[in-house]
Design a protein around this ligand. Structure first.
Ligand code: ADP
Length: 511
């Protein structure tokens, strides 16, 4: 028995007092209520908390069937188990009883022991059912509560993700803008100075700023990767020429350290890749190769190789540096991890470079292999799926294009709210002709209406008022500006910004 009889209330419905008395005596352990008519039974069922009804069929005014029908129609009483007690023994009487929703049917004269054990069975069943219902209700409540919580959390996560993206875009803009000033002016000072000492200072300033800029780019790229905001933007490229061009920039720094850079067997391979990602990948691995090599050389090879029946293009960057212990080979590709950690580490860095490299290589559907031994050097092999039959007009890659100073004098409009950037742009462009800057977007539109400029260089974010993109749209509407180059010079340099700005009407994008 899964219940206490004293906690159970049974209603006995019978118009014969003797029957009631017999049952009452026998069910003494239970809480018994009595009704001598159908009407009374319905009233009691509605007002008391009943666990079972023993219902006689043959009663005057309202018979047991009618009582049962009414009980089962009432939402408050429909779940109370009903056992018919009747002298009617025909099968059809029993079937009618069951059809009406009774749980059992006992014929009179009854064996009191039989009645008792059937009562026990049905009370047990109904107790289990109630418990199940309670558990169900509790579960439903918990599920609803959790669904509600998840809904709130989902909204919070979406909000946080939006804030994060906004924060990234803002940081990218706010941190990159002053970097333009520092990097640009250090170059200007270098060029303008006749003194070796000042040139040295300017170079040192530029080196520090470059390092800061690289760290900043790593953090911004890392955050953008974390936010899932990076996708590969594939374009055809001659891999060998493109990598050779990147490597070229490192040769100078390698030389300063007394290292040689060999680019012996660079094959001509045309492929599809994301220039920016591939640039970041090769720059990072090259930087490390130079950084972690004290003497010797760095050798860059590009070739195609079969791996499990698939052809891959491989960029191998091999150094004769300090090498990496096998136990660290996995760790160094994790976020913020370095082979040598702690306050007495021998090399600077934030430990993000290789983590970004790995993620970019994977976004380009490639993989990395590392061969390295302490004291013997390292070979980082970057594999990318080989793509055949790519033809395109080859750009002249691998050589820096020399800037030609034009003979004609141009009129160029600068729309920019950062004074340092304006000055820098004017310095860079002074040979080109007349450079005019304006304060704000509306002034830019007015100026463009007055003077027919040959080009417009515009910051996308120009402070209060009209946005840079709206200014571009307005200028393009002015007669004579249909084919004028409008160059967006912007610190918005996250993934997707370029497309957004070019779709907004700029003809060129200069991050
Ligand atoms: P960082 O160079 O900023 O510390 P990276 O993620 O680029 O971060 O590299 C992680 C670690 O991998 C480095 O700290 C260094 O211990 C190790 N490492 C990377 N490249 C080389 C290399 N060419 N030779 C030796 N160790 C390297």
């Amino acid at each position: 028995m899964n219940y206490e009889p004293k906690d159970m209330t049974i209603l006995v419905v019978d118009d014969t007092p003797e029957n009631i008395s017999i049952l009452g005596d026998f069910l003494i352990d239970y809480n018994i209520k009595v009704a001598t008519s159908g009407q009374k039974a319905l009233k009691l069922a509605e007002s008391s908390n009943l666990d079972l009804i023993l219902l006689d069929i043959m009663m005057p005014e309202m018979d047991g069937y009618e009582v049962c029908r009414k009980l089962k129609h009432n939402p408050n009483t429909k779940d109370i188990p009903v056992i018919f007690l009747s002298a009617l023994t025909e099968v059809k009487d029993k079937v009618t009883g069951f059809h009406l929703g009774a749980v059992d049917y006992i014929t009179k004269p009854f064996q009191i022991e039989e009645v008792k054990s059937r009562i026990e069975t049905h009370l047990s069943l109904s107790t289990y059912r109630k418990r199940l219902e309670n558990i169900n209700e509790e579960l439903e409540r918990m599920v609803n509560e959790r669904t509600q919580q998840l809904f709130v959390e989902k909204n919070k996560a979406e909000e946080a993700s939006k804030l994060k993206s906004h924060f990234l875009a803002l940081m990218s803009h706010e941190l990159r803008t002053p970097m333009v000033g520092i990097l640009g002016f250090s170059e200007v000072i270098y060029e303008a100075s006749n003194t070796d000492l000042i040139k040295d200072y300017a170079e040192n300033l530029n080196k520090s700023a470059t390092r800061l800029n690289e760290t900043l780019s790593s953090i911004l790229n890392f955050s953008a990767l974390q936010a899932g905001k990076q996708t590969a933007d594939l374009h055809p490229v001659n891999l060998g020429d493109y990598v050779a061009k990147i490597i070229q920039k490192h040769v100078k720094y390698a030389k300063i350290k007394g290292l040689t850079v060999n680019t012996s067997s660079i094959e001509k391979i045309n492929t599809l890749t994301d220039y920016t990602m591939l640039g970041m990948i090769v720059n990072n691995v090259m930087n490390n190769a130079i950084k972690y090599t004290i003497e010797g050389s760095i050798t860059v090879d590009i070739y195609s190789e079969l791996r499990q029946n698939n052809l891959f293009d491989c960029i191998s960057i091999k150094d004769t540096g300090i090498g990496i212990d096998k136990s660290q080979h996995q760790k160094i590709f994790e976020d913020f991890r370095q082979a040598d950690e702690g306050f007495n580490r021998s090399f600077e860095g934030v430990g993000l470079g290789l983590s970004i490299v790995k993620q970019y290589v994977e976004l380009l559907n490639g993989f990395i292999e590392l061969e390295s031994e302490p004291g013997k050097g390292s070979n980082f092999k970057l594999f990318f799926p080989h793509i055949s039959n790519i033809s395109f007009e080859e750009e002249e890659l691998g050589t820096e294009k020399q800037l030609k100073i034009p003979e004609k004098k141009y009129k160029i409009l600068i729309v920019e709210d950062n004074q340092l950037t304006i000055e820098l742009e004017k310095l860079y462009l002074k040979e080109f002709g007349e450079i005019i800057d304006v304060d704000g977007g509306y002034a830019a539109i007015e100026q463009a209406k007055k003077i027919r400029f040959d080009a417009v260089i515009i910051d996308v974010s120009i402070g209060q008022g009209i946005s840079g993109l709206d200014v571009i749209k307005e200028i393009k509407k002015i007669n004579g500006y249909e084919n004028t180059p409008i160059i967006a010079f912007t610190a918005y340099a996250m993934d997707g910004d370029k497309e957004f700005i070019l779709n907004g009407g700029a003809t060129h994008y200069l991050p």
